[in-house]
Write a protein that binds this ligand. Structure first.
Ligand code: GDP
Ligand code: IMO
Ligand code: MG
Length: 431
């Protein structure tokens, strides 16, 4: 039972990359279980910033092994670029990175389809995807015309698989007046990089089980957040995979009984990129203030993130779905300059008090938020290294969140760097 899951509990960008890097010193393996290069996980070590989209966020620890699990959809071109980027940052990658042979690939027609669909959707139907082809790659997997790394065993097989996918896409593209899938062009682009990727490809399930059997401690890295989950998120404004802890088993090939604990990552306020309901959104000066203070611009697309207050009903839904009792509270320092900080304690929905984010919420204004106000601390907290050192008002804010959501903030992050982290409960996650 040595797997600890790290999962986002909001709409993504909670700071998962930082916390996974922080905890990676305690483990032997970090394994991504879902999503693709829609993710942007930022890791900052000694002032040096690395943004990872596919490679697990533990890679900046020299001896650690990283697995891209079968539940991830992998853009092979993006992966090669990322390996080179991390190598240029001074880290050896190739001997430590493993890619599941049954992971599906994102190919150029997936991106084209994703972008076309977004461009033809109008008004409220736009999802605001990252345009990386995530939804179409997962759709192909379910429709059984996906292309997996295993399909690169021979060129013949790869060509056959791409051609098979083209049968599906060509009529759709034609309908939009677009050109058909150019199978030759895709093969000419992707096949040559097989040589570079193939050494990393393996039976990821056996690899992980062997590691577990030999006593390795494993962090399962979630991308996105529970509120973007295909089943439990604010559908259809979601991603196409299962960031929820349930996704760990199907995304890595492990059993539920092998998961030891689930640690949620939550920001001290809330953000969202793309469309969809966001009840506590502050589409005003306060939202702008949070955006600037928190540097809330997408790590993948650069889009400004929508910002708002901490939302207890939304968090309670994620805690419920992940049976989460331990959280890492991120970016508390972003609130340093505020006079007053608000927290949504519950909603009023159709005249009734509601303590949990309901399913089927179409619009933000379907619910009315009820807020409790807290005084700010007006102090730079980034140098604090223990909970006791935090200003009284910051401590009260943390305690209030814990009490409102019946959860314990084991870790408190007060800056982007590894060292800007406070343990509230130092008991090892793996002891
Ligand atoms: P992820 O997708 O969940 O890994 O999060 P992102 O990397 O997309 O966004 C989080 C951003 O906040 C990154 O720029 C991090 O460097 C930064 N960050 C993480 N933790 C903290 C923190 O405690 N304080 C501040 N100010 N920034 C943080
Ligand atoms: P990390 O791992 C925040 C959002 C997109 C869009 C929706 C669907 O960095 O937290 P997709 O391209 O997945 O089909 O887009 O999901 N989204 C994210 N938002 N952080 C992410 O990843 C996201 N990945 C996808 O903005 O609203
Ligand atoms: Mg991100």
């Amino acid at each position: 039972m040595s797997i600890v899951v790290i999962v986002g509990t909001q709409w993504g960008d909670e700071g998962k990359g930082k916390i996974i890097d922080f905890l990676s010193g305690e483990v032997e393996v970090v394994a991504r279980y879902q999503g693709g290069n829609n993710a942007g996980h930022t890791v900052i070590v000694d002032g040096k910033k690395v943004v990872l989209h596919l490679i697990p966020s533990g890679i900046l620890h020299a001896n650690l092994k990283c697995l891209i699990g079968n539940g991830v959809v992998v853009d092979p071109v993006g992966l090669i670029e990322e390996i080179k980027m991390v190598e240029q940052s001074g880290f050896e990658v190739r001997s430590r990175l493993f890619v599941s042979e049954i992971a599906h690939m994102i190919l150029p027609y997936h991106r084209r389809y994703d972008r076309l669909m977004e461009s033809v959707r109008s008004g409220e139907m736009k999802i605001g995807t990252t345009g990386r082809g995530i939804g179409s790659a997962y759709a192909d997997k379910v429709a059984r015309h996906g292309v997996r790394f295993l399909d690169m065993q021979t060129k013949e097989r790869f060509v056959q698989k791409v051609r098979n996918a083209a049968f599906y896409y060509d009529p759709l593209f034609k309908n939009w007046g677009e050109s058909a899938v150019n199978v030759d062009e895709i093969v000419d682009e992707i096949w040559p990089i097989r040589e570079e990727i193939w050494p990393q490809v393996c039976d990821g399930v056996s690899y992980l089980h062997e590691q577990l059997d030999s006593g390795a401690r494993v962090l399962a890295e979630g991308a996105q957040g529970i509120l973007l989950d295909i089943d439990f998120g604010t559908y259809p404004y979601v991603t196409s995979s299962s960031p929820s802890p349930g996704g760990v088993c199907s995304g890595l090939g492990v059993a539920p009984c092998q998961v030891r604990d689930i640690v949620g990552v939550v920001k001290a306020y809330t953000t969202r990129v793309g469309a969809g309901p966001f009840p506590t959104e502050q589409d005003n000066e306060m939202g702008e203030k949070l955006r600037v203070a928190g540097g809330e611009f997408g790590a993948t697309t650069g889009r400004p993130r929508r910002c708002g207050w901490f939302d207890c009903p939304a968090l309670r839904r994620s805690l419920q779905l992940g049976a989460i009792t331990r959280l890492a509270l991120m970016k508390l320092d972003v609130l340093d300059d505020l006079d007053e900080i608000k927290v949504c304690t519950h909603y009023i929905y159709k005249g009734k008090k509601l303590s949990i984010l309901p399913f089927g919420l179409e619009h933000t204004n379907d619910v009315e938020c009820v807020y409790e106000s807290f005084p700010g601390w007006k102090t730079n907290i980034s140098k604090c290294r223990t909970f006791e050192e935090l200003p009284a008002n910051a401590k009260s804010y943390v305690r209030a969140l814990e009490s409102l959501c019946s959860v314990h903030m084991d870790l408190i992050s007060i800056g982007p760097d590894r060292k800007e982290t406070i343990w509230q409960n130092r008991e090892s996650f793996f002891s």
